[in-house]
Design a binder for this molecule. Structure first.
Ligand code: SF4
Ligand code: SF4
Length: 132
């Protein structure tokens, strides 16, 4: 299913911002600088990395995000570490399973969650229904 990037971003905003712990009660992003949210600041790279990965293993998506997104993110240190990620403050990393699921669902690819394990990103929420 072909979706424009704008359309895809809109779908992901609805799904991820809807469950994000940084979302304010009035529905707005609670970050000091909402434009800093790596998930949307680097959305074209996020979408490209996920759509180029066809795997049942979330580790492959994590690798693709590190290579295609973190590598160009200003928050990543020269040694590849990320303090924002370490503090579970990167929505892309924290909600990666949901982001992958939502993008693959929106583009007609099926993501099999059966291989998810504790090595995945530090989710701030449990994967669950986010279809609103
Ligand atoms: S931090 Fe990102 S995912 Fe969370 S509410 Fe703000 S824009 Fe949405
Ligand atoms: S984990 Fe860090 S380097 Fe990667 S996208 Fe998030 S903030 Fe950027």
């Amino acid at each position: 299913m072909d979706r424009s990037l704008v359309e895809l971003e809109e779908i992901i905003r609805k799904k991820i911002c809807g469950v994000c712990s940084d979302r304010r009660i009035d529905g707005q992003c609670g970050l000091e600088e909402p434009a800093d949210c790596a998930l949307f600041a680097l959305f074209p790279q996020v979408a490209r990395a996920i759509q180029a990965t066809h795997s049942k293993d979330i580790q492959d998506y994590i690798r693709a995000i590190r290579e295609g997104v973190c590598s160009v993110c200003a928050k990543q240190a020269a040694d590849g570490t990320c303090e924002t990620r370490r503090q579970v403050q990167c929505a892309l990393d924290a909600y990666l399973v949901l982001v992958v699921d939502a993008i693959e669902e929106a583009t007609g690819n099926r993501f099999d969650r059966s291989n998810l394990n504790s090595q995945g990103p530090a989710l701030r929420v449990q994967p669950g229904p986010a279809s609103h």
